[in-house]
Design a protein around this ligand. Structure first.
Ligand code: ZN
Ligand code: ZN
Length: 280
């Protein structure tokens, strides 16, 4: 099965799960900007993903030999010919840590935050929000992430399995699902924890919970904030009125930024005070 087949299967599963056990029943399936987010799902999940994967593969293939000759691939011997499950775990942990680092950069580098705003401008969260992100994010993630992963030199099958698993877990994190994972929340991310990453207020710091699949990085690096007894009052970011509401203009953002709207987003993570309960 190709990636987009898995994407369709996983997405349909979450459509069903959200109907069975919604966290916010009034939100419904056809919530604001649902057509927008479907456009993101097709473009980011298939069209743009295929194009950027081809470019990254081409680049990796050309740099691989040179690095090998210069003995700059020490991990290669460690991963090649290992069992599937071991390669899966190594790829998952390494890629998730790299993604956590990239996600922090997306919030803390003002230029990158400009593009990541598109994801945070989602007015409500459900599984579809997982693929709502600016095309530039795939360029940043793929170039900083997939080339080092290809350089690890393992087999394509476990790397593909990690991509499908991370997609399913990303859907889960954004899903409108009333599901807790108990003590596993100290290792894995979850809908209740990721909801606080989308919090529009600066409670606990304007940027918190950067984890993708694993939450353990946030607990380790003290960027976790998760009041277990409630959800954030508002999803978004302080200056989200400057975000256009249709897919094409969001993809062209920030060129299409509305004029006359004050810039007040303040790049989350910059000088953000961390309140009580941070890193709890
Ligand atoms: Zn973010
Ligand atoms: Zn998110």
């Amino acid at each position: 099965m190709q990636y987009w087949h898995w994407l369709a299967v996983v997405s349909l599963a979450f459509v069903l799960l959200e109907r069975l056990r919604p966290a916010r029943a009034a939100q419904g399936t056809f919530r604001p900007e649902v057509a927008n987010d479907l456009a993101y799902l097709v473009f980011n999940g298939h069209v743009w993903a295929v194009l950027t994967a081809g470019l990254v593969g081409w680049f990796a293939a050309r740099t691989d030999g040179a690095l090998d000759a210069a003995a700059l691939l020490p991990a290669r011997a460690a991963l090649a010919d290992r069992p599937f499950w071991l390669q899966f775990v190594v790829y998952l942990v390494v890629s998730d840590l790299l993604q956590w680092c990239v996600h922090v950069l997306l919030h803390r580098v003002p230029f990158l935050w400009t593009f990541h705003k598109v994801h945070h401008a989602a007015p409500v969260l459900d599984w579809m929000a997982n693929f709502r992100f600016h095309w530039m994010e795939l360029v940043v993630y793929r170039s900083l992430l997939y080339v080092p992963l290809l350089w690890l030199g393992g087999d394509p099958a476990p790397l593909f399995a990690v991509a499908v698993f991370a997609t399913a877990w990303g859907h889960f994190n954004h899903a409108n699902l009333d599901v807790g994972i108990g003590p596993l929340g100290y290792v894995f991310n979850s809908p209740r924890m990721h909801l606080w990453h989308h919090d529009a207020s600066n409670e606990g710091g304007t940027a918190k919970n950067f984890g993708i699949v694993l939450s353990v990085w946030d607990w380790l690096f003290r960027t976790a904030y998760w009041p277990r007894d409630r959800a954030p009052a508002r999803i978004g970011y302080p200056g989200d009125r400057d975000m256009p509401r249709d897919w094409l203009r969001q993809e062209l953002f920030p060129l299409t930024r509305r004029r006359g709207v004050p810039e007040e987003d303040g790049a989350p993570g910059l000088a953000a005070p961390r309140g009580p309960g941070g890193a709890a």
